[in-house]
Unconditional design. Structure first.
Length: 456
DNA sequence: GCATGATCATGC
DNA sequence: GCATGATCATGC
């Protein structure tokens, strides 16, 4: 028989879990090998709360209107805490969800109140020894809810446009649509296109969950952006609006305006921070962190050209060869990261002037084709050990995909200097070296330029 | 002016 | 000391 809990009872039980391991909470003797992905949730459902199965679109505790979630966090090498995963919520029913408004949606019905149970993930421990450490009855703060409503609408608009198969987690800020299913072949029908779309679930992004962990577990504070709540509110438009008044001001004028002395290399970055009226980096603010928005400054020279391609974190040769595409760092990075490009344009006086900001994320259609190809080629080269092409005048030429090979993406060095290396899984055939200058994937300047030109 | 390798500068 | 965003240097 189904048990009915009041909110108070739910909370009391959640509190009673703190300090216990999953091994202690589990009635049956599950061997450690049998702890699967969902087993901690299962233990709470079956052994702790014993509420049994319920109808899918209702929250776990229907009468109290509370959904139960168990989720891991981890301690990083530098001592900070992070969420280990996104928080996966209900599967998106493409055929129905679009008929709803936000407040009648399956998402809202099921997830408006979340009883979160946190456990500490420790890589060296058996899973049965993972311990529950914190709990929280979570409701979305009003400021977040405005953004989440907007996120929900972005996902719905893609379904309505017959583009459910093009939905990317990076389309939205806090509420993502992550893939869910046994494999990438888990697909389902969508209402306005014959193309089968990957099965996806609403989820709170890993970065959003990390902020919750840092706020509620580590008790940290973050600088918050001050943005307006217009009726037509969207975060991106609000940011663009407030930056518009600085358009046409030179770097020099902006430096004076914000009292920046000298001309450090990251001057543009500082200016952007000051444009937002914050002390630290824009990307460290509450909003940008939660939404996983990375800022990049772009300079367009007076001949209307973006000189430099765009670099990203270096990859490890030994790790990149061990991943399938969909679990690779490159795929993860571009399928979950949104960018804010701050564009500065050079005029005839050689000075750079603030132009605009452009929000962008990599379309899946390019990520899954072009970037995948470049990534695959790179992996194959590393695996074969066929890395160095020739050494001429002390310059080491390699076989990695070149700028001229692909309109979107290529590979180039990225370290302090060429002696800044990572180990190779296979020694280089030509030279026999067992480590090589750090490399990263770059996005081609012309591709980025097309993106920023297509706006405004 | 472009392609590609190499390196700088800052923050943590 | 290292990771990362950003930019430089050289040869064609």
């Amino acid at each position: 028989m189904k048990k009915i809990y009041s909110e108070k009872e739910i909370r009391e039980i959640a509190r009673s879990l703190i300090g216990k391991t999953f091994g202690e909470l589990n009635d049956f003797e599950i061997s450690d090998d049998d702890y699967g992905k969902g087993s901690f949730g299962y233990i709470l459902e079956e052994d702790v709360y014993q509420y049994g199965a319920n109808s899918k679109s209702e929250p776990d505790f229907e009468e109290a209107g509370i959904e139960l979630k168990v989720t891991p966090y981890k301690r990083n090498n530098n001592g900070t805490l992070s969420a280990k995963e996104r928080l996966v919520l209900n599967i998106i029913n493409y055929m129905n969800e679009y008929k709803n408004t936000f407040y009648t949606s399956d998402f809202w019905n099921k997830n408006k109140r979340l009883q979160i149970v946190w456990y500490l993930y420790e890589p060296d421990k058996l899973r049965s020894n993972f311990k529950v450490t914190h709990e929280l009855l979570f409701e979305f703060p009003e400021k977040d809810l405005r953004i989440i409503k907007n996120d929900w609408q972005i996902i719905i608009d893609k379904i309505k446009a017959g583009k459910a198969h093009e939905i990317s987690e990076a389309d939205t800020m806090y509420l993502g649509a992550c893939t869910k299913g046994a494999s990438s072949k888990s697909v389902r029908k969508q209402p306005f296109s014959d193309i089968m779309a990957k099965q996806r679930a609403f989820s709170l992004k890993t970065t959003y969950m990390t902020q919750l962990v840092r706020k509620y577990i580590a008790n940290e504070d973050f600088e918050e952006l001050d943005y307006s709540f217009d009726t037509e509110f969207s975060f991106e438009n609000d940011i663009k609006q407030r930056l518009r008044k600085y358009k046409g001001l030179s770097v020099n004028e902006l430096s004076k305006l914000f009292g920046i002395v000298n001309e450090p290399k990251h001057l543009l970055d500082i200016i952007i921070s000051r444009l937002f009226g914050i002390k630290g980096k824009v990307s460290n603010t509450n909003e940008f962190s939660k939404a996983n928005i990375i800022t990049k400054t772009i300079r367009i020279n007076k001949n209307n050209r973006m000189i430099e391609s765009m670099s990203f974190p270096a990859f490890k040769f030994t790790e990149i060869v061990n991943h399938e595409w969909e679990e690779s760092d490159l795929y993860t990075y571009f399928s979950t990261t949104k960018f804010m490009f701050a564009v500065f344009k050079q005029k005839d006086d050689d000075e750079y002037y603030f132009e605009k900001v452009v929000f962008w994320n990599m379309p899946l259609s390019i990520l899954d084709t072009e970037l995948r190809g470049v990534w695959k080629k790179t992996v194959d080269i590393i695996k074969s050990g066929n890395i160095v092409k020739e050494i001429k005048n002390g310059i080491v030429y390699n076989n990695f995909p070149k700028l001229s090979d692909n309109h979107y993406c290529h590979v180039r060095p990225h370290g302090r200097n060429k002696d800044d290396v990572y180990p190779l899984p296979v020694p280089d055939k030509l030279t026999g070296v067992v480590e090589f200058t750090k490399q990263c994937f770059w996005l081609k300047n012309k591709y980025i330029q097309d993106i920023i030109n297509s706006e405004d």
